[in-house]
Design a protein around this ligand. Structure first.
Ligand code: PMP
Length: 438
């Protein structure tokens, strides 16, 4: 080896590293974090809505009074105390003792992201197929890509995943001589689309998967962040066999603690723990104690309500801003919860090509290309409403609408290639997830 640049290592990389490409958009996000830029790009909860004094005091006591356990190693599955609390949290969504949920079958993970990685490790060999909504969570795409699996997207409409399209996708993959391993789905307040699978479709999707022998990986970070009444019950509350339920405290408490979990079919639980121990030995004892103590001593249900109210107001600010300011031909989803609105640009506009101009106009968003395994989705934009204040959201929408109008005018003068980046249409492969893509 002659130098110290990464390129010197290219021929030594494992095959799975080939798909790991950082998108050019990532560099722009460094600029997006400047205070003058309104960022509608992130996926961050509004942590300032937490009672930070009380949480801080609790965290201090956990070290000072319980440090001999909280600063020690723990067990791979996670503490029983936290797993019991997790069962209380799931019961709120209808996943309770009656649906076979037990602390025995919960595995604590380092955020929802490790939960995804564990499921991928357990079930995916190179070349295997995962069915997933199109668009889907960018971090899941990164995980499946690292496992060298192929993602086949299944389209959604305003009612979530389309059952007939799921059946067709299963048939197509099977006809090509391959067997899809699982359906990865975010049925409630989906990231990035903001849509929710209806009650009726939930049963249909479960039936289709059962008939096809397809496992279901249900990712549910947002189900408890509903704004207009309760969300439909999770898939796992309806069926226990063949459904893996993944969730996290990142959106309902604090992502900085990195605590998530999997509720797994009993037979699989040990394999998940073994795989997790090989990755991380055990989840942080301190972070687990923090979450368990928060859940047992602080008004967490009240805090959920506060998050919901803050986000409802921000969702409304976004929807009103879009209705007031967006040019004709723009469409968007109307989420009943969660953190995101998914917008369709007027005919001919390219969300990826538009990013530099948006940043110059001091507004940031994530182009739709990040949420498709094949880099398609240039006509879409993901907008986050959980972090910026309502007036900043409106200002961000105003700036973005201005950029879109400019872009349309340029296309009229210079033709459809105006404003295209030199790299052209979205490259294959999902953007590597970073905090801005959460
Ligand atoms: N799944 C989905 C659908 C998400 O949106 C996210 C985070 N944005 C995660 C998993 C990962 O969550 P965590 O921060 O707990 O790792």
């Amino acid at each position: 080896m002659t130098g110290t640049t990464l390129d010197d290592y290219t021929d030594r990389y494992a095959a799975r590293v080939r798909g790991m490409t950082a998108s050019e958009i990532r560099a722009l996000f460094a600029v997006a974090s400047r205070p003058e830029v309104v960022s509608l790009a992130g996926g961050a909860p509004y942590i300032a809505a937490l009672p930070l004094d009380a949480v801080g005091e609790m965290l201090g006591r956990l070290g000072a009074e319980h440090g001999t356990t909280t600063l020690q190693y723990g067990i791979g599955q996670g503490t029983l105390e936290l797993r019991e609390r997790i069962c209380e949290v799931m019961a709120l969504s209808g996943i309770d003792v009656g649906s076979g949920a037990s602390p025995e079958d919960v595995v604590v993970t380092v955020g929802g992201q490790q939960a995804l990685d564990l499921v991928a490790r357990l079930f995916l060999d190179p070349g295997d197929v995962v069915l997933a909504e199109g668009p889907t969570y960018v971090g899941a795409l990164g995980t499946f890509q690292a496992a060298q699996a192929d993602v086949v997207h299944v389209p959604m409409d305003a009612d979530g995943l389309i059952p007939a399209a799921l059946e067709a996708a299963i048939a197509d993959v099977t006809a090509s001589g391959r067997r899809p391993k699982f359906l990865y789905t975010i049925p409630t307040f989906q990231n990035p689309a903001g849509v929710t699978l209806t009650d009726e479709r939930r049963d249909q999707v479960l039936d289709i998967c059962e008939r096809a022998g397809l496992l279901v990986v249900e990712d549910d970070p947002y189900g408890q962040l509903s704004f207009d009444g309760e969300a439909p019950k999770p898939l796992r509350a309806r069926r226990r066999e063949g459904v893996f339920y993944l969730s996290t405290f990142s959106k309902t408490f604090a992502p900085g603690l990195r605590v998530g979990w999997i509720l797994a079919p009993h037979a699989v639980r040990d394999k998940l723990v073994i795989a997790s121990e090989a990755q991380i030995l055990c989840p942080s004892a301190y972070a687990q104690a923090a979450v368990a103590t928060y859940l047992s001593t602080m008004p967490w249900r009240q805090q959920l309500k506060i998050y919901r109210e803050v986000y409802r107001e921000r969702r409304d600010a976004m929807l009103t801003g879009l209705a007031d300011l967006m040019p004709a031909g723009t469409h968007w989803t109307k989420p009943g919860g969660g953190l995101f609105v998914w917008m369709t640009l007027p005919e001919g506009l390219d969300s990826k090509a538009m990013v530099p101009r948006a940043i110059a106009a001091r507004v940031a968003y994530v182009p739709g290309t990040g949420f498709y395994a094949d880099g398609s989705g240039t006509e879409f934009v993901r907008l986050n409403f959980s972090f910026p204040a309502p007036e900043r959201i409106r200002e961000g929408i105003r700036r973005l609408a201005g950029v879109m109008e400019q872009e349309t005018a340029m296309r009229k003068v210079f033709g459809p290639m105006a404003g295209r980046p030199r790299t052209g249409r979205g490259q294959a492969g999902a953007d590597v997830p970073g905090p801005d893509l959460a």
